[in-house]
Structures are given as C-alpha cells and as structure tokens.
Design a binder for this molecule. Structure first.
Ligand SMILES: [Mg+2]
Length: 478
C-alpha cells in the first residue's frame, strides 16, 4: 500500500536505519519508501522490490532459496474495539519489534497495513527452515504484552511461500503467502501454513467457480428443487421445502454445499437467493394447494427492506403470501433481534409464517420461541437419525423435550431427515405432527416433484431479470 498523500518523507527512519534491513533500496524513489510512521517498518513497495531483487539473483543460483511470510494478527479488531485504538497501535509497534528481533537481519520485515505484516527471509534452505522461523515468531508474539495497563497475549496466523523458479514477481509470492495465511486462520489460528500445489489447485478451482457463479447469475442458472413435507399420521403432503440447485453447465445440479463458500465470500449468494425466490413464487402461484417454504439465511435480515422486497416479489408472481413460509435459523434471531422481530411481524401480518430450521443444533434459546412469531420448529435431522442409532436414549430425550416445549407454546413440529418407518412411527407417537425426509420423497426439480396443480416448467421460461431485482440491498454485501 502506498503511503497516504502528504505523508512526510522520512528518509531515515530510526528503526529502519537501526535494523539496516533495506538501506540499499532506500534512496532511489524516496516517495515510495516511506515507512509506516507507526512501526518505522518498510512498506509493501519496499518489500516487493526486495523480493523482486531476490528473485533476480536466486533465479541464476541453483542452491539458494528464500521465503516470503505473510503474518496477520488474530482477532486484532477485538483489541481495537475493547482496549482502544491507541492500545491497538501500541500492540502493532511491539509486534513489529518482536518480529524484527526474531529475524535478526536475516531478511526484511514490512508492515503492509492494518495488522498485516510480511517478511522476506533471505536465507532459507527448505520449507522446514521457514516453518521454524514462523514458529519462533509465534513464540515471540505469544509472550505476554503489556498494553494500556493490560496484559495481552497476541497470536498470529502466518502463511509461507517458498521461492520456486515459477515465481516471476514479488506480488506472486506475496499473494500465495497471503492465501496460505488464510488457510492458517481457517484451520484454527496461531499457526503457520505453507503454500503448496494443493492450495494452488484449490485457489484456481475457487476462482473458476466464482466466475461460473457470476455467469450463472447473469443467465439465471438456478432452480428450486422441492421436497415434500407430510403429515405423519396419514402421509398427506401439506407443503414443500424449496431447495436451491445450481444447474451447472458441466457438473449438473449442484447443491448449495458445493458453492455456498464461494458465494458468500464473493457476496454473490444473496443475488442467487433472490433469483431462486422468484422461481419459487412463480411455482407457488401455479399450484392450488399446500405451502412452500424457502430458506432465508440471516444475512437477509441485515437489509432493512427485506420484508417489503419479499412481499413485492410475491405480489409480482401472483402468489398468495399465506402459502409461503420462511425457514430461518436461530442465528437470525440472535444477530439483531429487534430488527428481525420487526420483519417477522411485518411478514406475519401479510400471512407469511416463520419456521425455525435445524432446531436443537444452535443455541436453542428457549426465550426466542416465545418472543418471536414462530409457527413451526423443524427438529434437526441429527436427532431424528439418532432415534434408531447408538445415541437412541439421548436423542429420544431431546426430541421428547423439544416436542413438549413446542406443544406448550402451541408451535407445530416438523421432523427433518426421516429415512425409516421406525423413525416416522416413533416421532408420530411422541407427538410430532409433520415430517420431511427421504422416506417421503427426495428433493426433485419442479417438473418431477409431482403433486396436484404442478404445471410443467416449460411455461415458466425465465425472462431477463431487471438489474434492480438482482441488485443486493445496500450494506448487505461486502
Ligand atoms: Mg431448511
């Protein structure tokens, strides 16, 4: 990152001079070499020049090697938010100092911005050597730090990219070290990960998938599959849950698990949801009986206009709001309870009822059941599966408790993931009214999901979506 305009050029940062880490590069383009005033460390441009120089010399030298490490403090935001920005700054300065001490002249330490640091280790024999240095850095950071009168124990996640002949620029090494750092974060923080071929293949796959997803959004390449929800006593179909499928040109119908990560990271998933909802509402408008439920992830409740937008889409499709249910998870209720409550009430007034999905796996905060207008509870499939497994006794006790609670509050119950007649019978005996699962029907495309009033999809050729309809609400995609 370039220094902000107007930053005073300090040709001799005390720290930089002391560490002697980048003296040879210092004089050429001083405006690009302003160290971050806070830590006195060189910035990204310095580091990239140093790496580029190393690439140039190492390329012709068979044995030598070097590594780039990307370091990001774990939960740094928490420090800023709780102890304050001044304390956060102090922590950054001390972090820089400790890293420099560990490196001890064996390379360059730079601060990239925020709580991100990167370093080039100039003499590294192999991966193990780089990993040892990363471990030393983590150990140094793990020693208690006194900041603003408080003892903190910082930790960091470190990604390592070892130089290889295929690298053409410092940017590439830094990018791969950054990707490895993300892997370190996601595998539990306070650790290092080495960028490897597998990670490269995965990164490429994800990039391709994201590009495919963008194309699919433009081409409306998503469709709902429907799974019946039945009354357990007689097997009558009372409704369907609409499940997202991506009709991928190469891979066929993909379930959300295959692309939700990319969809969320890229902020595209919300647009996908809206495209799906539109299909579902058109399907609903063509049916004469039963309800349909759609899954509404917590992120939608961050948009102030979610309820209005949903109701408008229903109206456009000519579907009856009282035959729509939304499946929400407890996270939505925890996130911003007053706002969610307001939206659920607004939808409820128009007839759209809420079902609490995967009940029993989250916080299962019982008070929410009373506070929020919840029509049904969906008992998570793990409990249903447990009914005829090793955990029979525990599952039975839990299901019984959930049913008793729901019964007291006048809330319907739907058992999820019912696969055997035994599970069905037991749930029915315990007082669960409805059920869903392979025993009654697998999710299927609209044209094959059967039931009265199903109209062939042929008359529902997708029309182009006006840009406003797919544009995510402000503030919901970041
Ligand atoms: Mg669901």
């Amino acid at each position: 990152m370039a220094p902000p305009a107007g930053t005073r050029v300090r040709a001799h940062s005390a720290a930089a001079a002391r560490d002697g880490l980048f003296a040879p590069l210092w004089w050429r383009r001083p405006w690009e070499h302003v160290p971050y005033p806070l830590t006195g460390l060189p910035n990204r441009i310095h580091l990239l020049e140093r790496i580029d120089a190393a690439i140039a010399t190492t390329a012709g030298d068979g044995g030598a090697s070097f590594a780039v490490l990307f370091l990001d403090l774990d939960r740094f935001k928490l420090v800023n938010d709780s102890v304050g920005h001044a304390a956060g700054d102090e922590m950054l300065v001390e972090t820089g100092r400790r890293i420099v001490r560990v490196i001890a002249g064996r390379g360059m330490v730079a601060r990239l911005g925020g709580d991100e640091f990167a370093l080039m280790l100039s003499t590294v024999a192999d991966v193990a050597g780089a990993e040892r240095t990363a471990a030393d850095i983590l150990a140094a950071l793990g020693e208690p730090m006194w900041v603003a009168g408080r003892e903190l124990f910082p930790s960091a996640s470190i990604g390592i990219a070892l130089w290889q002949p295929r690298y053409r620029s410092g940017d590439e090494l830094l990018r791969d070290a950054d990707a490895a750092m993300y892997r370190a974060k996601s595998s539990g923080r306070n650790r290092s990960e080495v960028f490897g071929e597998q990670m490269r293949a995965e990164a490429t796959r994800l990039l391709d998938l994201e590009a495919d997803l963008r194309r699919a959004i433009l081409g409306d390449g998503f469709e709902p599959w429907f799974q019946p929800i039945v009354r357990l006593s007689d097997g009558a179909v009372v409704g369907h849950e609409a499940l997202l499928r991506w009709s991928h040109e190469l891979h066929g119908a993909l379930p959300p698990a295959d692309f939700i990560g990319v969809g969320e990271d890229s902020g595209l998933i919300e647009q996908v949801d809206w495209l799906l909802y539109r299909h579902v509402f058109r399907w609903l408008a063509r049916r004469t009986e039963g309800y349909v439920s759609i899954n509404v992830p917590p992120r939608h409740f961050h948009s102030d206009d979610f309820a209005e937008r949903l109701l408008r889409l229903l109206e456009d499709a000519g579907a009856d709001p009282s035959r729509l249910r939304i499946e929400i998870t407890e996270v939505a209720l925890l996130d911003d309870a007053p706002r969610t409550l307001r939206m659920l009430r607004q939808l409820g007034e128009c007839g759209v009822l809420a079902m609490l999905d995967d009940f029993g796996t989250g916080f299962s905060t019982l008070s929410y059941l009373q506070r929020f207008p919840i029509k049904s509870l969906k008992i998570d499939q793990s409990f249903v599966a447990g009914l005829d497994g090793d955990t029979h006794a525990e599952s039975l006790a839990l299901v019984r408790a959930i049913l008793a609670l729901a019964g007291t509050l006048g809330i319907d119950t739907v058992g999820e993931g019912i696969e055997s007649a035994q599970q069905r019978d037991l749930l029915c005996q315990l007082g669960c009214t409805y059920g869903q699962g392979y025993l009654f029907g697998r999710p299927a495309a609209a044209s094959t999901s059967g039931g009265a009033g199903v109209v062939a999809e042929a008359d529902a050729a997708p029309s182009p979506i006006p840009p406003a309809a797919v544009r995510p609400a402000l503030g919901s995609v970041g």
